[in-house]
Design a protein around this ligand. Structure first.
Ligand code: UDP
Ligand code: MG
Length: 139
C-alpha cells in the first residue's frame, strides 16, 4: 500500500549542518521525498503537543528544550510501506544502540545525549496522518 510518513530532521543535525547528507541518505535508499519544509524553531508548546504521548516520561523536559533549540526540517515521504521502512532505516532510538548503516548510527551525535538522534519518524499510519497535518497543512 502506498503510504505517507513524516520525518523530522532534529536540531542536533541541523546545527551540525548534516541535514543535506541525511536527505541524500533517504534518497539513495530509494525513498521519494514529496515535500520539505524548514521550521526555523519549534515553539515549546508545539513540541509538547507533538510529543504529548511522552508527557509523563522523565526525559520530556529535556526533549522539549532540545526540540525547540534550533531549526528542524520536515520531510513528507511517500511510498510502499514507508512508515515501517523509514523507521527501519532510522534505527533504534538510542544512537549508541542503532544498527549499522542506519541514519541514527551514522548521523546521531557521537558522545551526545540520548535525545540527539538526528531524526524523528512517525510510528504508525495514524501518527503519520496527524504529524503530516501539523507540518504540511497549508492554512
Ligand atoms: N528520548 C530520550 N530519552 C529516552 C527516550 C527517548 O531523550 O529515554 C527522545 C529521543 O529523541 C526520541 C524521542 O524522545 O527520539 C521520542 O522517543 P520515542 O521512544 O518515541 O523514540 P522514537 O520513536 O523517536 O524512536
Ligand atoms: Mg516515537
Amino acid at each position: 500500500m502506498v503510504e505517507q510518513t513524516l520525518v523530522l530532521i532534529k536540531p542536533d543535525a541541523t546545527k551540525r549542518e548534516i541535514w543535506l547528507q541525511i536527505i541524500d541518505h533517504y534518497k539513495q535508499a530509494g525513498f521519494f521525498i514529496k515535500k520539505t519544509r524548514l521550521i526555523p524553531k519549534m515553539r515549546k508548546k508545539d513540541v509538547r503537543k507533538f510529543y504529548h504521548v511522552h508527557k509523563d516520561k522523565p526525559f520530556f523536559g529535556r526533549l522539549v528544550d532540545f526540540m525547540s533549540s534550533g531549526p528542524a526540517i520536515a520531510l513528507l515521504i511517500e511510498g510502499q510501506n514507508v512508515v515501517e521502512e523509514i523507521r527501519k532505516l532510522n534505527g533504534s532510538t538510542d544512537p549508541k544502540k542503532a544498527e549499522k548503516k542506519t541514519i541514527r548510527k551514522e548521523f546521531g551525535k557521537k558522545g551526545g545525549e540520548k535525545h540527539e538522534n538526528a531524526v524523528h519518524a512517525s510510528d504508525s499510519l495514524e501518527s503519520a496522518q496527524r504529524e503530516i497535518k501539523i507540518f504540511f497543512s497549508d492554512k
